[in-house]
Design a protein around this ligand. Structure first.
Ligand SMILES: Nc1ncnc2c1ncn2[C@@H]1O[C@H](COP(=O)(O)OP(=O)(O)OP(=O)(O)O)[C@@H](O)[C@H]1O
Length: 265
């Protein structure tokens, strides 16, 4: 056995960023997520795939308590971020969402300047002591969002005036500006053309170096391109979770196989 084989077989429990235990989600009488257990690693892109309505977005929204904003929604079970229960009464959801940032399907820049879009989070969380520090955070975040070169000469222009792909990278820059540890992305490329999609996918790959990234996608090609781990959901159940290559080439569950071969979905 060579060193490489040894490394591949090591289960690195230190690397677990989010652990979900027996998570159930209900919207009134609808049981949307059923007994989900999963461990999401740091510095990894995890893709959530599955047919429409299977609960991908619902489960994603549990990870930063975005479901709190839906009156009928009830979440049970435990979700631990670095071992701490995010549903504990002492956790402030606003602080949590700075740590666990989110990027949505449709780019949604604020009706503010490019600069203010990115500066918004750091301002409300008091991350900069003065203008120079804020400028630095804005530049760093726009660089992380791979959009600095395109906007550096027009930081005062409205964010809404950018192209769709640029707006989505601006939203990613806005999400990383609060120094999150996890980035949740709900179909981040579904409103983008192929060129913008390729740019955002490349960026997701780069972001993995600094964050744990979780992406909901309808595109199996995208999941295969960007993720290292894949979770397949079906009717609210997490059917299968494992290395992306294995899920796509050698799935264990017949439901996963049916989905990836196009028989269900
Ligand atoms: N706000 C809501 N109120 C009531 N039911 C909801 C709500 N959001 C989702 N649901 C229901 O929960 C289930 C899971 O929906 P969810 O949007 O999480 O699935 P999804 O896999 O992300 O679907 P899609 O791929 O179509 O976006 C569905 O039955 C849906 O109708």
């Amino acid at each position: 056995m060579n060193d490489m084989t040894l490394m591949d077989n090591t289960v690195d429990t230190q690397n677990i960023k989010i652990a979900a235990k027996d998570v159930n989600v209900f919207y009134g009488d609808t049981h949307a997520i059923k007994d989900v257990n999963v461990e999401i690693e740091d510095n990894t892109v995890t893709a959530f795939i599955g047919p429409s309505g299977c609960g991908k977005s619902t489960f994603l929204r549990c990870l930063n308590r975005m479901n709190d904003t839906i009156g009928t929604c009830k979440v049970t079970g435990d979700i631990l971020l670095d071992g701490e229960d995010i549903y504990d009464k002492r956790v402030d959801p606003v602080q949590l969402r700075a740590k666990v940032g989110m990027v949505f399907q449709k780019p949604n820049p604020f009706p503010k300047s490019i600069y203010d879009n990115v500066a918004y989070g750091p301002r409300i969380h008091g991350l900069a002591r003065n203008k120079a520090e804020l400028d630095e955070i804005v530049e760093k975040s726009l660089r992380r969002g791979a959009i600095w070169d395109e906007v550096k000469d027009r930081l005062d222009a409205p964010g809404t005036g950018l192209s769709g792909g640029q707006q989505q990278r601006l939203c990613i820059a806005r999400a990383v500006a609060t120094e999150p540890e996890v980035l949740l992305m709900d179909e981040p490329c579904s409103a983008l053309d192929p060129i913008a999609t390729a740019q955002v996918e490349e960026l997701i790959d780069e972001l993995r170096a600094s964050y744990s990234v979780v992406i909901v996608t309808h595109s199996m090609q995208q999941a295969a391109r960007v993720s290292q781990k894949t979770a397949f959901f079906h009717l609210g159940n997490l059917v299968e979770f494992g290395p992306t290559g294995q899920i796509f080439t050698n799935p264990e569950d017949p439901r996963t196989e049916s989905y990836i071969t196009g028989r269900i979905g």
